[in-house]
Design a protein around this ligand. Structure first.
Ligand SMILES: Nc1ncnc2c1ncn2[C@@H]1O[C@H](COP(=O)(O)OP(=O)(O)OP(=O)(O)O)[C@@H](O)[C@H]1O
Length: 255
């Protein structure tokens, strides 16, 4: 494991830091189904926002709306620029990257080749692209697997590869879609350490995650959605104590 030391203290009060990403009034409908209704989000550099909510609450749809993958109404600004109507493929160039819940690397290509494909977007010269891809692999502790075929990686390493592909885009804002769920405890700890390290470097992170313990310990700010609406938000401690949040989770199988 070569992930960097992540013990750097995060600033506790983000309210003084200017936002890097702001979403206002985000609404997504699928036919008659109001999947996300007037949800706001303000993300600051170095901040980790955890999105929680019961199944079907609208987390993935909100996430997809912010990253240009579904049609929405409302506004999204990144570094003060209105990006509401930009398609998903324009966002990495600006500095916004995401991972996908189901990782789909090119299985027959090596780990390094897969990450280099992302890196080409920022570094058209092949040598530069490879150098930066290796850096991304180093940050997730996968450099020693650079020449291995993706098909040979276990789940934990595939997840780290997914993060490395996003990091190769050199983002300022990173969206992580369930990169921890399904991993065993040591692999969870490794991923948590990687995420903390990225935030400590100043990256703004929005993450959807089902494992409550993880989201509560990693996030600076938690947003809980239910039936597409924001049910509660605040510090992890305050959200965990919120009676409406507790009720929303009663009977669900989240741990
Ligand atoms: N492509 C789609 N077409 C139609 N309805 C959709 C689509 N995607 C999501 N929905 C609906 O939107 C609502 C929100 O779903 P979403 O997947 O965003 O919730 P979620 O909180 O991410 O759930 P989970 O925790 O199960 O992943 C649900 O009612 C879902 O059925």
């Amino acid at each position: 494991m070569q992930a960097q030391n992540t013990q750097t203290a995060l600033p506790l009060d983000f309210s003084q830091v200017p936002p890097i990403l702001e979403a206002r009034n985000i609404t997504v409908t699928f036919g008659q189904n109001l999947a996300v209704s007037q949800v706001d989000l303000t993300l600051r550099p170095g901040e980790i926002i955890g999105l929680i909510g019961p199944n079907g609450a609208g987390k993935t749809t909100f996430f997809n709306a912010l990253t240009g993958f579904v049609r929405k109404t409302g506004t999204v600004t990144f570094q003060g620029r209105d990006i509401s109507n930009l398609p998903a493929y324009d966002l990495p160039r600006l500095g916004i990257a995401r991972t996908f819940q189901v990782e789909r690397p090119f299985e027959d290509m090596t780990v390094l080749e897969n990450v280099t494909i992302s890196s080409f977007l920022k570094h058209p010269a092949p040598k530069d692209a490879r150098t930066h891809a290796r850096e991304a692999l180093h940050r997730v502790g996968l450099l020693d697997r650079a020449e291995q075929k993706c098909s040979e990686l276990n789940l934990a390493r595939r997840r780290r590869l997914e993060v490395a592909k996003a990091l190769a885009l050199e983002p300022k804002v990173l969206f992580l879609d369930e990169v921890i769920a399904g991993l065993n405890p040591p692999a969870q700890a490794e991923m948590i350490q990687i995420i903390r390290g990225l935030a400590a470097e100043g990256m703004g992170i929005v993450m959807v995650e089902h494992i409550m313990k993880v989201i509560m310990s990693l996030s600076n700010h938690v947003i809980c959605l239910a039936f597409g609406k924001k049910l509660a938000e605040g510090t992890p401690q305050n959200v965990a104590r919120n009676p409406e949040v507790i009720t929303a989770y009663l009977g669900s199988d989240h741990d």
